[in-house]
Structures are given as C-alpha cells and as structure tokens.
Design a protein around this ligand. Structure first.
Ligand SMILES: Nc1ncnc2c1ncn2[C@@H]1O[C@H](COP(=O)(O)OP(=O)(O)OP(=O)(O)O)[C@@H](O)[C@H]1O
Ligand SMILES: [Mg+2]
Length: 364
C-alpha cells in the first residue's frame, strides 16, 4: 500500500522532512554520505520497527537528539487513508501508533506495510545462514496466511521450553511430552503453510527469473528441517539422547531452508556476485507478484538501495521493468540520477528527490 505522505525526524543525518512520494516510482539521488540509505532506513523502521543496518535502533537516532520518529499516511486498498507512526527514544523502547491508537506489536506494522528490501547485502540471502532464507520464506507466508503468526509463535515457545529442559541435563523423557506435543502440532502446521506457499511461489519465481537472467538449470526447493520420510514425533523421539547431550533440538521446522541449486551444486558456489544479486532480486520481486495475485491488490513497498552497484545497464533496466510492471510503490536510490532516470515508461508516475547533506528536496 503506497505511502502518500512521509515525515521523518531525527533519523541519522536527515533534516526533518515531509515528503509526498509518488505512488509508484521514487528515485532518491545524492552523493556518498548524503543520506539516501538513511531515508530508506526510516521507511524500513516504519514497516518493521527495526533498521537493516544496525541490530539496535540507538545508532539510528540523530547525534544530539533523544528520539527519532517516522510517520506516514497510506492509502488502503479500500481507498481509505490510514496513518502509522513509530517513535524510538534513547530511554524507552519504541512507541507505535496506528490511526492515533497505540499498538503493542510490531507485527501489525509489518502487516500494514509489506516491505521488501533490495540492497548491496542482498546476495547474502543465498550465501548466508539458513535463518535468512527462513525469514524470507516466512515473510511471504505471514503476508498471505493470517493463521501463520500465532502458530509460528506457538512453535517458538514450545521449542524454547523443550530446549531449556534439555539444557537442564538429566531428566525424565516424560517431562518433555507436553512441550513436544505442542511443538509437533505447531511445527507440522508451520511446515504445511511453508510448503503450500512455496509451491505457489516457485512458478512465479521462475517466470521472474527468466526475465532477468536465463538460468534454466536453477532449481528452488524446500527442506522442511527434518527427515522427509519420518513424522516429526518420531524424529524427536529418535534424537532424544543426542538432543539431551547437545542441549537443544537438532531437527524440526526451526531448521527449515530453501535450497537453490544448479546441476546439483549450490547455486552460490557457481554464480557470479552480480548473478547472485539478480537471483535474490527475482526471489524478492516474485514475492511481490505473488502477494498481488493472492491478495488481489497492490500491497508491497520496495526499498531498493544503490541499485546500479554491480548490475550492468541491461540488467538494471530489466529489474526496473519488473518493478514497474508490479505497479507497486518503489523507493530506489542511486548516486547519479542519470543512471535511473530513463529506465521507466513515459506514463509511469515518477518522483525524483535529491539529498544533500541530509536535506531532501523534490526535484521532479
Ligand atoms: N546517528 C547519526 N546522527 C547523525 N549522522 C549520522 C548518524 N549515523 C550516521 N550518520 C551520518 O549520516 C550520513 C548519511 O549516511 P547514509 O548512509 O544515509 O548516506 P548515503 O547517501 O546512503 O551514502 P552512500 O552513497 O555512501 O551509500 C553519513 O554521513 C553518516 O556519517
Ligand atoms: Mg547508502
């Protein structure tokens, strides 16, 4: 859902600003260190209550200030406006407001503003730990399956309890049973949701990827986190001794992963960095297309930081055209606006912003 007004105060080097972004393409240009990433970071905080640059929000707050605030008005698909805002002060945790009401959970922000980030670190989705790919997968499931979050929370809780009992050392097997029943019930449901989501995502991903880079041999598959031929109950039972020694649960949906392979080998070991980035872009954009297909409206907001880096002109244009055809709101940054200015069709609503020493000015 597009942001129609965005106010940012106290974020990094940015001067307080209110912008009226285009519902479609927004190009943010400026020299190194001017504040482009900071603007995208502010929108990210609004959608997820956290930064993509630092694990804590404290470094995001402008030096010498006590708090940062990001506020936006957005248009829901019913056409009604809705306001969301988040304040993070140095002393307290964050305060989230939606339509004037205080909201306790950041999940509500995420649900209202499905954000996708593509930045120079994006290739890590392929290279990094399975956790990142699980988060990617769960982002998609969360946005299309409303039952997912409560079930996922039950899974986390039962897993934490089982692990903490395992760490206590010598104990009766029976003590684990109540938590295991919960773990099995929630775990199998999480697995079902993930599997169903991935089966829908796969064909969309393949179509998107074909428009970016022809990699016919690339396969995307799902590993559920435990032996595909055994029920989870049996796996937990079989591995009890070993789990007790290790002090944690070795197998289960907390170990799920997405596997990208080319001719049976890990794609990350074969693809160039630019290619890895394009595969990741295809994965993320595919989620946007699928969300539109399943929810019947344009929901996602894409934050694309420093797009030109490592992509040649042909691939940059292919990527812009995919984002454009998705018809969602995009905030895309670059050092030189010429690199992105003519990548769009004439009738696509486009706004240009220039950032200089933290001051953002709309130029077109
Ligand atoms: N808490 C803070 N308070 C004030 N300024 C900060 C804070 N944190 C970072 N900065 C400064 O904010 C500036 C903007 O950084 P930002 O990463 O947004 O720039 P950028 O335009 O994305 O640059 P690049 O093109 O190099 O990616 C930097 O000069 C940085 O030193
Ligand atoms: Mg930057």
């Amino acid at each position: 859902m597009p942001l129609k007004r965005l106010s940012v105060t106290g974020v990094r080097n940015l001067h307080p600003v209110t912008l009226q972004p285009s519902p479609r393409i927004n190009i943010i240009s400026g020299a190194n260190g001017s504040g482009k990433t900071s603007l995208l970071e502010a929108i990210h905080i609004l959608g997820l209550a956290r930064s993509f640059r630092s694990t804590r929000l404290q470094p995001v707050i402008q030096h010498g200030l006590d708090a940062c605030t990001v506020f936006a008005e957005m248009v829901l698909h019913s056409g009604v406006s809705c306001s969301i805002g988040i304040t993070r002060s140095k002393q307290a945790d964050y305060l989230i407001r939606m339509d004037g009401q205080t909201v306790r959970s950041a999940a509500q922000l995420a649900e209202t503003l499905p954000l996708q980030l593509i930045n120079p670190d994006s290739f890590r989705l392929l290279e990094g730990a399975p956790k990142q790919r699980r988060q990617y997968l769960d982002w998609g499931v969360f946005h299309v399956e409303h039952q997912f979050l409560p079930v996922w929370q039950r899974l986390q809780k039962s897993l934490k309890q089982r692990n903490s009992l395992l760490r206590r050392g010598r104990m009766q097997r029976s003590m684990l049973i109540p938590w295991e029943s919960e773990l099995i019930a929630a775990g199998e449901q999480v697995d079902e949701f993930r599997r169903a989501y991935l089966s829908k995502l796969k064909p969309v991903f393949e179509t998107i990827l074909a428009r970016l880079l022809p990699l016919d041999d690339l396969t995307l598959s799902y590993y559920r986190g435990w032996d595909k031929d055994k029920p989870l109950a049996q796996v937990l039972d079989d591995q009890f001794e070993r789990d007790s020694q290790l002090g944690y649960t070795q197998s289960g949906p907390q170990r799920a992963d997405l596997r990208l392979r080319i001719k049976g080998m890990n794609a990350v070991d074969i693809l160039s960095r630019g290619q890895q980035k394009l595969v990741v872009c295809a994965l993320k954009i595919a989620q946007g297309y699928l969300l539109r297909e399943l929810r019947g409206s344009q929901e996602s907001v894409f934050l694309v930081d420093d797009l030109p880096s490592e992509l040649d002109e042909q691939h940059r244009r292919a990527l812009c055209s995919l984002l454009e055809d998705l018809e969602c709101q995009v905030f895309i940054s670059c050092v030189d606006e010429q690199q992105l200015r003519d990548c769009w069709k004439n009738d696509t609503p486009l706004s240009m912003f220039h950032v200089e020493h933290g001051r953002i000015v709309q130029t077109d």
